[in-house]
Design a protein. Structure first.
Length: 214
């Protein structure tokens, strides 16, 4: 604040209202090695005799991987992270449980278009195999009215951008509101990008949490 502004205002500061959080967790080295080895072996078995992916192609597994033994350590990590989210948000209920869990394999040049995950409280992704050119995920501004007018800015910041690019690496676990739109740019590396996605919802939602609030 300049000298003139300091004389004009007794105080001036922004209020951060209705923030959107993305929770980032990094697995410890020894745990990451075990989880990734187990997931990669499972992916090899799940794909079985399927032909190798061609550039621009992608593959998703079935969505029940959270019930399979090779993913048990990863599921434990996801559950623990979700419990931290619930505690941070001061939600008076047990942490949500996984409702679906699947593997994504993106060949070079493959993208994943903008989307969200309806009918869940949290969504997330765990990154198993990343490399330069295939180590980001995009989160898009959830406020639709902000697109009506976008004046030019002198510098992109978290306060004026309509998209935030988050860098990830092997062992990164992200959790975010299921309604938050996200996308993945084209894999610009020469190798596959492998991640595990999941959705989470409160187990007793219909019995406890969906009661009228009026």
């Amino acid at each position: 604040m300049s000298g003139a502004e300091a004389q004009r205002f007794a105080d001036s500061h922004p209020l951060r209202l209705f923030p959107t959080f993305v929770w980032r967790v990094e697995l410890a080295d020894n745990l990451r090695a075990r989880v990734n080895a187990s997931v990669l072996k499972a992916v090899e078995e799940l794909r079985g005799s399927l032909p190798p992916l061609k550039p621009g192609e992608g593959w998703q597994s079935r969505q029940d991987l959270h019930r399979r033994a090779p993913f048990s350590e990863l599921v434990a990590c996801i559950d623990a992270a979700a419990a931290e989210v619930v505690h941070f948000l001061r939600i008076g209920h047990d942490a949500p449980c996984i409702t679906a869990c699947w593997v994504n394999v993106l060949a070079p040049a493959r993208t994943h278009p903008a989307h969200s995950h309806p009918n869940n409280f949290l969504s997330g992704a765990y990154y198993v195999k990343t490399q330069p050119g295939a180590e980001t995920v995009n989160f898009h501004d959830p406020r639709p009215q902000t697109g009506i007018i976008r004046p030019p800015v002198t510098e992109l910041t978290a306060e004026n951008t309509d998209q935030v690019v988050v860098n990830v690496r092997d062992g990164t676990l992200l959790l975010f509101p299921a309604w938050l739109v996200h996308s993945v740019d084209a894999n610009r590396s020469a190798e596959q990008r492998i991640s595990v996605s999941f959705n989470m919802m409160f187990r007793t939602y219909t019995e406890i949490m969906s009661k009228p609030m009026w």
